[in-house]
Design a protein around this ligand. Structure first.
Ligand code: NAP
Length: 255
């Protein structure tokens, strides 16, 4: 297990106030990392940090809006002040969706999704990478993409395009980060029930979709732990620019 240990590491998880991000923060803390839990809802983050310390881990809640450059730079300054160094690990997990036919969506719908899901990853990635370089930290960044990066889905054009962008941005970040010893990889989850999709997954259409997953079920959060720990620990020391799909075979759905 020492191969996957994150002892003496610090990790930033964006979107840690709910769903997958909250789970990722717990997994990284259980592996030994001090975790900065970041998002807009501070009350939720304080709950997450309390849960982590109850299990014997260390967590620091920080308010962060990934759509604001001032908020992102402010969060990195706060991290440096509180921990005395930048994070070794960054999980770019914040995300949202607005559903609708692309021809009917407003510019605001399009921009909100792209700004949060794609530009937010670039923004946090940029400032996080610079902080690592400045302090000589050889870090690991994991971007949370989606299987919608690789296929289409009705009424979510902006979301799917944002995730395809995250997948490709990951390779560029990896290419440019390698010379500084910074590894950048992505995880493309299939479907896991969270606030982003529970209405849909519980609907008739969601049930029909479940039957198109090769394994005939949605994922459980714990089924992402292996990919997360591989990409953040020494176990993944020669991995960069990769995207790991964890989807129960959903992408295998025959045409
Ligand atoms: N669930 C799935 O099946 C699935 C599949 C593939 C990919 N994903 C991806 O996994 C990630 C997590 O999603 P989830 O399913 O766990 O949904 P979720 O429970 O709705 O979590 C989304 C998180 O993103 C944060 N967030 C949204 N806008 C933000 C902003 N402007 N600044 C900072 N944080 C922001 C939210 O926190 P605040 O509202 O407190 O800011 C929340 O913590 C997303 O990138 C999503 O696209 C999920």
């Amino acid at each position: 297990m020492s191969l996957f240990s994150l002892a003496n590491k610090t990790a930033l998880v964006t979107g840690a106030s709910s769903g997958l991000g909250r789970h990722f923060a717990q997994v990284l803390a259980d592996a030994g990392a001090t975790v900065v839990v970041a998002a807009r809802r501070m009350d939720r983050l304080e709950e997450v940090a309390a849960e982590i310390s109850k299990r014997g881990g260390k967590a620091l809640p920080i308010e962060l809006d990934v759509t604001s450059d001032a908020s992102v730079t402010g969060a990195f300054s706060e991290i440096k002040e509180a921990l005395g160094r930048p994070c070794d690990i960054i999980i770019n997990n914040s995300g949202m969706s607005r559903e609708g036919w692309y021809r009917e969506q407003s510019e605001d719908d399009w921009n909100a999704v792209i700004d949060t899901n794609l530009t937010g990853v670039w923004r946090v990635g940029k400032h996080g990478t610079n902080a690592m370089i400045e302090a000589g930290v050889k870090g690991a960044i994991v971007n949370i993409a989606s299987i919608t990066a690789h296929r289409t889905q009705l009424m979510t054009a902006a979301y799917c395009v944002s995730k395809a962008g995250v997948d490709h941005l990951t390779r560029h970040m990896a290419l440019e980060g390698a010379r500084y010893g910074i590894r950048v990889n992505a995880i493309s989850p299939g479907y896991y029930k969270t606030a982003i999709n529970d209405d849909y997954l519980d609907s008739e259409a969601g049930e029909a979709m479940r039957k198109r997953v090769a394994m005939r079920r949605f994922g459980e959060y714990r089924e992402l732990d292996g990919a997360l720990l591989l990409l953040t620990s020494e176990a993944g020391s020669y991995m960069t620019g990769s995207t790991i799909v964890v989807d129960g075979g959903h992408l295998l759905a025959p045409l």
